[in-house]
Design a protein around this ligand. Structure first.
Ligand code: LIP
Length: 277
């Protein structure tokens, strides 16, 4: 329908900011920490759903022919060839505990609604607690609060600060801990900040040097990935495969190559241990 990447990016920013305000206002002062996303009625689930509902309503009003893929709720089919990929709260554990690193992540992609075959056209990650907003449009660069950002120029793997994250499944975690024993001695340090979307944006603006994670969902990474690539990062899987659930590695090309070698040797994407899932 002739919509521009710039217009889609602007809409992504408006959506993420509006949902962010709702979720910030709705966070109870004393969140019951015992409640987790595994319960259907916990405060996080309630706010996750309210946030995604607002995003869906705004998209339906402004872009009624677009499809929607969200963390909460059913997929909506569209006719325009564009799909909005929504994470209403990325970093839910931080949100639950009142740790600042959580975000609303909104991306719009072109092509079939399977991550391996789509192209992310625009995305916004709004870190609600501190108000920082990263956004990018394909071919238009990435910004944080309107100021262009670039990936850092870390000299070597040994001086790199590396972000990562862990899944919620125990067997998967044990495997991820083993991988970490191979990575940690070879880098400056690890950060586990708790929101993959924010991790990718911190990589994009040079706050961290590299990032890797197994087990990401499309909504965790779609917006962060376009911010990172538009800031000069490569975002990829292992052995030349695409970034995705099995593995996402992001950073400047040379460092990604070095880290990938270690991750491949450690079977970080589980290619040699399918029983772990
Ligand atoms: C979470 C991520 C986190 C990652 C978890 C999970 P949620 O998303 O962003 O960094 O390690 O596996 O996917 O559940 O908060 O939307």
């Amino acid at each position: 329908d002739g919509v521009t990447v710039t217009a889609l990016r602007d809409l992504a920013v408006r959506l993420a900011t509006a949902a962010g305000a709702l979720v910030r206002e709705g966070r109870p002062d004393r969140v019951v920490v015992a409640a987790t996303k595994s319960s259907e009625v916990d405060p996080v689930t309630v706010m996750d759903r309210a946030s995604e509902e607002l995003l869906r309503e705004m998209i339906a009003a402004e872009r009624p022919d677009d499809a929607i893929l969200g963390e909460e709720g059913d997929d909506v089919a569209g006719t325009s060839g564009l799909t909005w990929v929504l994470d209403p709260i990325d970093g839910t554990v931080n949100y639950l505990y009142g740790v600042a690193s959580w975000a609303v992540s909104v991306a719009v992609v072109a092509g079939p609604p399977e991550p391996a075959s789509w192209t992310v056209l625009a995305g916004c990650v709004h870190s609600v607690a501190d108000g920082r907003t990263w956004s990018a449009g394909l071919g238009e660069g990435a910004t944080r609060d309107g100021v262009p950002v670039r990936v850092g120029a870390a000299a070597s793997l040994g001086t790199s600060l590396v972000g990562t994250g862990f899944g919620y499944d125990a067997a998967r975690r044990a495997h991820q801990a083993q991988v970490l024993t191979q990575v940690l001695p070879k880098i400056r340090d690890i950060r586990r900040l708790g929101s993959a979307a924010i991790d990718l944006c911190l990589l994009a603006d040079g706050s961290i040097d590299l990032y890797y994670e197994r087990g990401l969902n499309p909504w965790d990474m779609a917006a962060g990935a376009v911010v990172a690539t538009e800031a000069g990062a490569v975002v990829t899987g292992l052995r030349g495969g695409p970034a995705g659930n099995a593995m996402t590695v992001a950073g400047p090309p040379e460092l990604v190559a070095q880290l990938s070698e270690i991750l491949e040797a450690a079977d970080a994407d589980g290619a040699r241990s399918p029983e772990i899932g």
